[in-house]
Design a protein around this ligand. Structure first.
Ligand code: SAH
Ligand code: SF4
Length: 377
């Protein structure tokens, strides 16, 4: 477990909130959207290409630094527009490089972003919604009501805040760096906010900007079956599926969306996902809950269900939260379960407590901050 400092390192309101700034933010617009917006201001398409490169390749937040654009044009841009990230309500840093941000958006809502560096990469865990409409019974976010969908600017802005924090601008050429991957595994169900998530991911994949390859992006869904084909066709990123149970009876309790789209339908959608059986193997997430889904029989059934898909399995030790109705399976149980799954021919790494500790805390930082801000009367 890593000890993260409990005191926030910085508190920074979103710039626009501080200034009561009504200028539109250019972050989050699609390429065509940026071209259209600048055209309305009388600027030609090549200006949009220059501005895009400055924003997403160089990471600048100040039009004054766009040195290949003539000064009068820069001044006009600055009069009309802004380039703003979400504000940072708090940032926690651990000794091993892991960082976690609680971001505050312009309307005061908050969501979390975490970066988990590993030996050869760093995965930024990005949120798609404030809260979640789904009510998975082991997930802390599931106890919070959906407040709203995040906008493309707020989704791409999470990754940009992470790059600011590590000073990784301009876009690095080498692939091994602190922020090499994005996992849509923060708060919220990304497939219930598909259009905004897709627009944000297209921005991060654009090779004239942040330039993350689609193989470096993983979208995790609780199983919104009708949307899975669109992820394949429109984004073609890696897919992760929150399975967590091998029978509909148990999955109905853990991931209630299962009542709408049960396991057989979910697995059929996964089998049809482009490249699922060879180069683009799907990851199935399986949170280990003591006495609920962790028996030898469960492990054997998991193998039976997933071998035809050539899937990968991610075994996640349950991260408890106050009032949670479950406990984490014992270490021995998790390792025995993993052994059965591995012997069955599936790769089944167990997430280390360290990574789990930070990831699973998603949803908790925001609640703590809400408590702190609530009047005590
Ligand atoms: N809403 C998306 C992204 C979720 S977060 C989804 O459900 O797929 C990433 C993973 O962490 C999901 O598999 C989720 O089920 C799991 N998770 C949530 N809370 C957890 C907890 N307290 N302990 C362990 N895993 C948890
Ligand atoms: Fe929402 Fe995912 Fe949590 Fe389920 S596991 S409540 S879908 S965030």
């Amino acid at each position: 477990m890593i000890a993260l400092p409990t005191e926030p390192l910085q508190i920074e309101e979103p710039a626009a909130l501080r200034r009561n700034d009504l200028r539109p933010n250019l972050i989050g617009l699609s390429r065509a959207g940026l071209e259209g917006t600048l055209a309305e201001a009388g600027l030609e398409p090549f200006r949009a290409r220059q501005v895009w490169h400055w924003i997403y390749w160089h990471g600048v937040t100040d039009f004054g630094r766009m040195t290949n654009i003539a000064r009068p044009v820069r001044e006009r841009l600055a009069e009309l527009f802004r380039i703003d990230r979400p504000g940072i309500a708090s940032e926690q840093r651990s000794a091993d490089g892991t960082r976690k941000w609680l971001l505050r958006f312009e309307d005061g809502n908050e969501a979390e972003t975490v970066n988990i560096p590993e030996a050869d990469r760093g995965s930024v865990c990005v949120s798609s919604q404030v809260g979640c409409t789904l009510t998975c019974s082991f997930c802390h976010t599931g106890t919070q009501k959906l407040v709203r969908n995040l906008t493309p600017a707020e989704i791409v802005g999470q990754f940009m805040v992470a790059r600011d924090s590590y000073g990784e601008w301009p876009t690095p050429i080498e692939t091994t760096r602190m922020l090499s991957n994005i996992v849509m595994m923060g708060m919220g169900e990304p497939l219930y906010n598909f259009d905004n998530v897709a627009q944000a991911l297209r921005i991060v994949m654009d090779d004239q900007g942040i330039a993350l390859g689609r193989r470096r992006i993983t979208l995790s869904t609780s199983g919104v079956v009708p949307m899975i084909p669109r992820v394949g066709v429109e984004l073609d990123v890696n897919l992760a599926v929150s399975l967590h149970a091998v029978t509909d009876e148990v999955r109905d309790l853990l991931v209630p969306i299962n009542k709408k789209w049960p396991i057989a339908e979910l697995l059929a959608a996964c089998a049809a996902y482009p490249g699922a059986k060879n180069s683009r193997r799907i990851t199935f997430e399986y949170t280990m809950l003591k006495g609920v889904n962790d028996s030898d029989q469960d492990a054997r059934e998991l193998v039976r269900l997933l071998v035809p898909l050539h899937a990968k399995v991610n075994l996640i030790p349950f991260n408890p939260w106050p009032g949670a109705p479950y406990e984490c399976s014992s270490n021995n149980r998790i390792h025995r379960f993993a052994e059965i799954v591995n012997n069955g021919g599936l790769s089944a790494p167990v997430r280390t407590p360290r990574g789990r500790d930070i990831l699973a805390a998603c949803g908790q930082l925001r609640s703590a901050s809400e408590r702190a801000r609530r009047p005590t009367s």
